[in-house]
Design a protein around this ligand. Sequence first.
Ligand SMILES: C[S@@+](CC[C@H](N)C(=O)[O-])C[C@H]1O[C@@H](n2cnc3c(N)ncnc32)[C@H](O)[C@@H]1O
Length: 291
Amino acid sequence: MHEPVLAGEVVAMLAPHRTGTYVDATVGLGGHAAAILAAGVERLVGIDRDETALAEARQRLAEYGGRVTFVHDDFRHLAAILDAHGAGPVAGILADLGVSSMQLDEADRGFSFRQAGPLDMRMDRSRGLPLAARLAEVDETTLADVIWRYGEERRSRRVARAILAARDRGALTDTAALATEVRRGVGQRGWQRIDPATRTFQALRIWVNDELGAIETFIDAAWTALGPGGRLAIIAFHSLEDRLVKQAFRARAASGAAALLTRRPVVAGPEEQARNPRSRSARLRVAEKVA
Ligand SMILES: C[S@@+](CC[C@H](N)C(=O)[O-])C[C@H]1O[C@@H](n2cnc3c(N)ncnc32)[C@H](O)[C@@H]1O
């Protein structure tokens, strides 16, 4: 069973009153949603852009019946989603960003550099262009820029060149072949703690799903949707996401619209980090809308 990250902290900070409507904007496999519902909140809207994940969440949360509304959509459309479901001012919103363990582990989703899978990487397979279609069109400068900006890969130009050379000779057949080219581009030898393909795979995933654009639009919509005293909790897993969240929260605090409940991000304790490796890079920030 997938274990939600910082679940105790999320419930304590997000839902102190338990009345009103809550939103889990990344319901995923339903781990955080289950904890929030078990704490007694009245109503939860669970959003995910991945239909397979939503099906899992539906099963896991079946015992809560009509208290949960499931929505298959991108959280950047939060305003329209809440309008459509007549939610009114919201008491709390959670986003646990990035990909789920299920998406990473299933080779056929195309996120994994450890297993061979199709060059896809879309969280929502019903829309948008898969990675293969993007790589077929992209030029070297654009690709290098993506790898540099979203992966913070210092050797982005060499990696982009290796990927496109493989594409042009027809060798980019799956994620395993892509990972081989990335490692070749990075050009490091010997044992490394982190696979050199990690940064580029992160970059390509962020690009395919326009993850950072979605976060910016989402934070604006979430802030508008919250009622006075409502709380927005966001868990980020890499510095690019965390920077966006920190800046958005600080700007609202500076204008007096928000109270920061976490001056520094909350991180998982040593026990959780030992039990759940995914929690090691998690950073939770929570802001409250000032009445
Ligand atoms: C880390 S997982 C969430 C896990 C969940 N909190 C749990 O406890 O099971 C992130 C989920 O967010 C979804 N997601 C990522 N970006 C999204 C977006 N822009 N709109 C909607 N869902 C998104 C992914 O499809 C994935 O299922």
